[in-house]
Ligand binder design. Sequence first.
Ligand SMILES: [Ca+2]
Length: 131
Amino acid sequence: MSGTVRFLHNVIMESPDDNAMMCPQSENPEAVIILKNNILDTGLGPPDGDRRSHNIYTCPQTRTNWFAPGEFVETDLNKIFVDPPNHDYRLRSNSPALNSGLDVGLSTDIVGTPRKQGSGFDIGAYEMPAL
Ligand SMILES: [Ca+2]
């Protein structure tokens, strides 16, 4: 793999072995992999310069010493999403993903809601409309 691959504002859940996003840079030395503002049911590798930041990990095994800026773990999906058992990955009104993201140059969310709303960019696929 070569070139630049950007994973921005995604929600990737139900990874059977917590390896949904395993794409080691060492195995793809010519690729530039950008990973920002995602909510991931996966582990993570060591920080990679400014290519990775502002992701939320949902695996309890996540190695916190490998966090990039703005990254954290929240293993309780019900604290993040409206209804995760029924695959509703809109953000709860008190979700830690709210206003915790970075401006990565995307002007709308997955359903066309303008980004940003409120005091900052939301992590994940949905931007919660400001009241
Ligand atoms: Ca927001």
